[in-house]
Ligand binder design. Structure first.
Ligand SMILES: CSC[C@H]1O[C@H](OP(=O)(O)O)[C@H](O)[C@@H]1O
Length: 352
């Protein structure tokens, strides 16, 4: 069982093919940005932070092989390749923000006459490599802040039960995870009684990936079908819902895996606190609210088939949005690496 979604040494990038999990563990070589675009678009690697990291590392691998000595040409090519990578999946903002940062860096290095072409490549590639390290550090901080906030909101030292949706763990990031990172931290605090994870139709990230991570780490967990959330909250005391995010708008509205919105509505009805766990790289302050977030629609086959096995009647129409938007009014707190914030206080964390 491998939980390492990304294997990288300078010049060599491999990703764990998550479409084959949990039954097969197979790594795929990524030789450049075309491979990077394909593995992201096919969801062989997925998860907002992992998409950004793999996309940028695929550029780093390609740039290392580029023996161009003209910085201006390198800068131009970098901008085109980053815009191409951003087009692989439109909803998660992390890769868009990373691309903007890298294009600014390329502009600065290109304009600085004291920087040679080799130095340009070295500094650019090192900047991308640091994304791997920083993502894991951020996730551990998210885990600690989230664990602290959830335990503080409970009386006494009772054990707690949480629910999560989709996959937000080591398989969606460079490691440790966001919402699943909070769950890992709660487990380490010895206060976690049980995790309920939804299967997360249509691509079953919960049943295939989150269940895989929880079983691997012997965290007590139960898999439920997406349509069981209301019934579960009716018969079991759930102390908190913790989900990830693909794009958080400036007002705290959050785009996340399809099904998140209805879980938030059910949680509100049952007075269950609803937390979004996300690094600052998932927050898009350029969007005033969630209704401006572009929602990716994916192929019908992801709904009509499981693998190659057809489960839906031939000829039926399908609607397959990969995400939905949960309004800030349904969100108790947004857990970031800088602390936990009410949705309407995000401007405070972005200026921290
Ligand atoms: C840690 S972000 C994970 C985020 O990404 C997932 O979407 P997908 O599997 O389509 O990449 C889902 O929305 C998760 O919350």
């Amino acid at each position: 069982m491998s939980l390492e979604s990304i294997k990288y040494q300078r010049g060599n990038l491999e990703i764990l093919d998550q479409l084959l999990l949990p039954l097969q563990t197979r790594y795929i070589k990524v030789l450049g940005v075309e491979d990077g675009w394909k593995v992201i678009n096919k969801m062989q690697v997925r998860g907002a932070p992992a998409i950004a990291i793999v996309g940028c590392l695929s550029l780093a691998v390609e740039l290392l092989k580029d023996d161009s000595s003209d910085k201006k040409i390198m800068r131009q090519e970098i901008e085109g390749k980053l815009n191409y990578l951003v087009s692989a999946r439109p909803t998660a903002v992390n890769i868009k923000l990373a691309a903007e940062e890298l294009i600014n860096l390329a502009n600065t290095l290109s304009a600085d006459e004291t920087v040679s072409a080799d130095n340009f490549k070295e500094r650019f590639i090192s900047f991308i490599e640091n994304m791997l390290v920083k993502d894991i550090e951020d996730n551990k901080a998210i885990g600690n802040f989230g664990c602290e906030a959830i335990l503080k909101s409970l009386e006494g030292d009772s054990q707690i039960r949480v629910l999560t949706h989709c996959n937000t763990g080591s398989l969606a990031t460079a490691g440790f995870g966001t919402a699943l990172g909070v769950i890992r931290s709660l487990n380490k605090s010895k206060r976690l009684e049980h995790v309920y994870c939804t299967e997360t139709r249509p691509y079953n990230q919960g049943a295939r990936l989150t269940a895989y991570e929880l079983v691997h780490e012997k965290i007590p967990a139960t898999l439920i079908v997406d349509s069981m959330v209301a019934a579960l909250m009716h018969v079991r005391k759930i102390n908190a819902v913790i989900v990830g995010a693909d794009r958080v708008a400036a007002n705290g509205d959050t785009a996340n895996k399809i099904g998140t919105y209805q879980i938030a509505i059910v949680a509100k009805y049952h007075n269950v606190p609803f937390y979004v766990a996300a690094p600052l790289t998932s927050i898009d302050m350029s969007l005033k609210s969630g209704d401006r977030i572009k929602i990716e629609e994916r192929p019908d086959k992801e709904m009509t088939h499981i693998g190659e096995f057809r489960i839906a009647a031939p000829g039926i129409n399908c609607w397959n949005p990969s995400f939905d938007v949960t309004p800030a009014s349904l969100i108790t707190g947004i857990i970031t690496e800088k602390g936990v914030f009410a949705p309407d206080k995000l401007h405070e964390v972005m200026n921290k």
